[in-house]
Structure formats: structure tokens, C-alpha cells
Design a protein around this ligand. Structure first.
Ligand SMILES: C[S@@+](CC[C@H](N)C(=O)[O-])C[C@H]1O[C@@H](n2cnc3c(N)ncnc32)[C@H](O)[C@@H]1O
Length: 462
């Protein structure tokens, strides 16, 4: 290792920054966050930097003049951010002679310490350094870690810190304490903190410490929206819960690429529903969720799109609520949003639509039960889910109730996936256009003037 990675307490210590520009400002922000008392010296000092010094928890000094050797007096560390090479060398030498840690920005040879790239979940902090070889690579790695470490880990660290002493008193050996903490961190207390239920988490932890062991009451159900197909559209939370589930119940609409991101050793149960072919009846799915959670499992209920939009997520949760099973819900990108975005069709637009409505186009006894009069306003976008079979009825009803036959319509097949296909026509022509193609479900139908933009704003696929 070229540098010793340590975390330095600079609270209320004077830290000197020589330089008054953007780079100096970035370093000053990091020092101010750590509670340092800033002393900034430069002939010209950026306004934001002056404000930072004034507003810092520990107010500092601003000296708008050339650097003086005496600026090093009583200083805990120095950052040099000027473009005067001779001055940089001089300050570096003086600081090293006085054994003051010094960082000269972008010049590792003059530094006795380097700033890492920081992932801040205070009090939890991850610092990454490339030893001055490639700060960009360190930043790149940090950005990747940002997506892996939930934002609530700071709160978790605070809670665990609060109980360190009680745990030390309760468990005599290091091995017992370590085993206890490992169970706590991978258990329900972490989930309670990450879902904002801090009081419950604290209560649970105290009970476990009093009882001398971690006792998980029951499992939990994660109702997660898997989005319309492209796995890049998953949320961070969805991915995290997918990685920790013991068993997954998934629908037909969940894409194989999304399913591939579920924990490898999780049991996978396909409860998918194809049109008119309900593989597992809804009532059975509801009771299966309750049973698996009661067995103490972390159950992932993974649905296509968003679970609360034509997804029956509400019904499944009602069953869980009645049985007293804990659950959490992770929204997903619904097909309307995903398909519209990937087809270049903004669902609202100042020139074409001031409102949008999501409706089901599902046929029941050869008809669709909708308030058609509400769907025919000119500046209104209507998105039909499950509308492929009923497409002729949809077009006919909209025209009958007053929508112009020339109104643009788009049919999006398998939106956001590499099999996405967009067919554009009008209420008058779309049925014929679609019948001339081989169409694979799922498909979504978008009706309204916004569809006019599909050609101009197309960006995804070929
Ligand atoms: C039972 S609904 C479920 C909707 C889902 N909960 C959501 O929020 O997208 C199924 C319908 O969603 C639409 N759909 C879902 N994913 C789609 C996709 N990738 N492309 C086009 N339509 C999709 C189709 O209309 C399909 O018939």
C-alpha cells in the first residue's frame, strides 16, 4: 500500500486551504463536513467558498491576499489548490518540514496524504483511493458502490452504535458478540431501519439483547415491481430485496433478465398468468404468500411493471395484513411509463395532451366496460393495458363516442425489451395495420395526439 488509509479527526482543528477556486471549494466542502475550522488564503476567493467558511459549523477565517509562511501556524493539515507550481512546491516543503500533512491537488509527488473518493452514509463512510494514480477510476468505483449501499445504512450504523455497550455487557466473549451482530445485521432489524420504522427496530433489538439471542418472529413479504422488462429499470431497493429473498413467486410478465437478478439459490415459483390460463388461482397465491412467510421465509412477490397498477398487488397485501404478516412494497415502472418512454411518446405534452388515463382494455363477454365519454376529449391521452384482443372494440367505441377517427394510435409490443416493436396508425387504420403483423404479447395501446411525436422522438432500438 502506498498510503496508510486512516480516518482523521479534524473537528475544530484549523485546516489551511491555499487557493480560492472551484477545486479549493470541493476540498473545503469535505473538510467542513468533517467539522474542521477552515483557514482559506488566496488573492481571490470564490463567493461560494467564502459562504461555506461563514456558514460552517465551525466558522473559520478568510484571507484574501497572497500566502504567508505564518499561515501554517497551528494548522492540522494543508491543502494546496493553486496553479502556481513554485508556490505549490514551496508550501509542500514547508509543511513537510513542520510535519504537517499536506495535499497538493493533482500532484501526488508533493503530497504526504491524498483525498479518497468518499461514499458518505455517515457515520458509515467508505473511502476509496487509487493512491493518486487515477482519481477518476476511484470515483467510478464509488459511483458503483453508491448503488449497492442503501441510503439508510447511516441510520442503521447509528442504531447499532447506540447498542454497542449493552451488547458488550450482555455477551462476554468476542465470538458471541460477533455472532449476535451478524444475525442482527442480516435480519429484520435492518429491514425495519431501511423502511423507516426506527422505533420498532430499536424495540426489537433491545428485546433480543435482553433475551440473549436473535429470535425472528416470522418471515416477511416483499411486493416488488419488476418493471416492464429492461432490468436497468429496476430500483435499487428492488434489486436489494431480490438479492436477499429465500423464495420468489413471479408472474409471466417478469422478464427473464429481471428474474436472473434474483438471489441464485432462492426457490423460484412461477405463478404466472397467461390470458385465460390462470396457472395458480389468485386465492392460492394469497395463501401461499401467508404460508411461506409464516414458515419464516423472506418471500419475494415479483410482478411485472408496478404491483399497484392492474397488478392485484392490493389484494395480496390485504391477505397479508389480515394474517399479520409484515410486508413492504417497492414500486416498479409501469408498462405505460416504460413503453411510452422507450417508444418516444411523451404521455403529456403542452401541444397535445394535458391529461392521461390508464385503463384496462380487457374484454369480458366480448365487451369492455368503460366510461367511454370520459376517454374522448381531444387533449387527453388514453393508455389501454391488456387491449390487444379488444383493439377493434376500443377503436370502434372511441369513434362512436366522438373521438376523431384520425386520432393517432400506437401499439407497443414488449416495450423496453430487445423485442420492442411500435406500430403507429390512427383509430381508423390501426386494426388493419396490426393484423398485418405478427404480434407477441404483452402489448400496450396509446391513443392521443402525443403519438404524433413517436417518429421524431424515437431513440430506442432500431
Ligand atoms: C395484468 S397487466 C399488468 C400491468 C403491470 N402491473 C404494470 O404496471 O405494467 C398486464 C398488461 O400490462 C401491459 N404490459 C406489461 N408489460 C408490458 C410491456 N413490456 N410491453 C407492453 N405492454 C406491457 C400489457 O398491456 C399487459 O397485457
Amino acid at each position: 500500500m502506498q498510503f496508510l488509509p486512516i480516518f482523521l479527526d479534524v473537528k475544530s482543528s484549523v485546516c489551511l486551504i491555499v487557493g480560492g477556486g472551484e477545486v479549493a471549494l470541493r476540498k473545503a466542502r469535505m473538510l467542513a463536513k468533517s467539522g474542521a475550522q477552515l483557514r482559506v488564503v488566496a488573492p481571490r476567493i470564490n463567493l461560494s467558498l467564502s459562504q461555506l467558511v461563514d456558514d460552517a459549523d465551525c466558522p473559520g477565517e478568510i484571507h484574501e491576499r497572497e500566502y504567508l509562511t505564518s499561515d501554517l501556524t497551528d494548522v492540522a493539515l494543508v491543502v494546496v489548490a493553486t496553479d502556481d507550481t513554485q508556490l505549490n512546491i514551496a508550501i509542500s516543503c514547508q509543511a513537510k518540514t513542520q510535519k504537517i500533512p499536506v495535499n497538493v491537488v493533482d500532484n501526488p509527488a508533493l503530497c504526504s496524504f491524498v483525498f479518497p473518493s468518499v461514499l458518505d452514509r455517515s457515520p458509515l463512510v467508505v473511502a476509496i483511493s487509487s493512491g493518486g494514480t487515477s482519481p477518476v477510476l476511484a470515483r467510478h468505483l464509488r459511483a458503483r458502490l453508491e448503488t449497492l449501499i442503501p441510503s439508510g445504512y447511516g441510520k442503521l450504523a447509528q442504531l447499532l452504535g447506540k447498542f454497542r455497550e449493552p451488547v458488550k455487557n450482555r455477551f462476554k466473549t468476542l465470538g458471541q458478540r460477533r455472532s449476535f451482530w451478524e444475525k442482527v445485521i442480516s435480519g429484520s432489524v435492518t429491514e425495519l431501519v431501511l423502511t423507516g420504522r426506527l422505533a420498532e427496530a430499536e424495540q426489537q433489538l433491545s428485546e433480543w439483547i435482553d433475551g440473549g439471542k436473535v429470535v425472528e418472529q416470522a418471515g416477511e413479504v416483499y411486493l416488488v415491481g419488476g418493471g416492464p422488462g429492461d432490468p436497468d429499470l429496476l430500483t435499487f431497493r428492488a434489486l436489494r430485496l431480490m438479492q436477499q429473498a429465500d423464495v420468489v413467486l413471479y408472474d409471466r410478465l417478469v422478464s427473464p433478465e429481471v428474474l436472473a437478478l434474483v438471489r441464485k439459490d432462492a426457490e423460484q415459483i412461477n405463478v404466472g398468468k397467461a390470458r385465460d390460463k390462470h396457472t395458480v388461482p389468485q386465492g392460492d397465491i394469497n395463501s401461499m404468500l401467508v404460508r411461506l412467510a409464516k414458515e419464516g421465509k423472506k418471500v419475494l412477490r415479483l410482478k411485472g411493471g408496478d404491483p399497484f397498477i392492474f397488478g392485484r398487488g392490493g389484494e395480496e397485501l390485504e391477505g397479508l395484513a389480515d394474517a399479520g404478516i409484515p410486508f413492504q412494497v417497492v414500486p416498479g415502472i409501469t408498462a405505460a411509463n416504460g413503453c411510452a418512454a422507450y417508444a418516444g411518446i411523451p404521455l403529456t405534452h403542452r401541444d397535445y395532451a394535458q391529461s392521461v388515463q390508464f385503463v384496462t382494455g380487457h374484454l369480458k363477454n366480448n365487451s369492455i366496460d368503460l366510461h367511454w365519454d370520459e376517454l374522448v376529449h381531444e387533449n387527453h391521452t388514453v393508455v389501454f393495458y391488456m387491449g390487444l384482443v379488444g383493439l377493434p372494440t376500443i377503436c370502434q367505441k372511441l369513434i362512436e363516442h366522438g373521438r376523431d377517427a384520425e386520432t393517432p394510435v400506437a401499439l407497443v409490443q414488449k416495450g423496453t425489451t430487445d423485442q420492442q416493436k411500435v406500430i403507429v396508425g390512427t383509430l381508423d387504420t390501426i386494426v388493419e395495420l396490426v393484423s398485418a403483423e405478427v404480434i407477441r404479447p404483452p402489448t400496450l395501446i396509446i391513443v392521443g395526439g402525443v403519438v404524433n411525436l413517436a417518429g421524431k422522438l424515437s431513440w430506442y432500438g432500431s
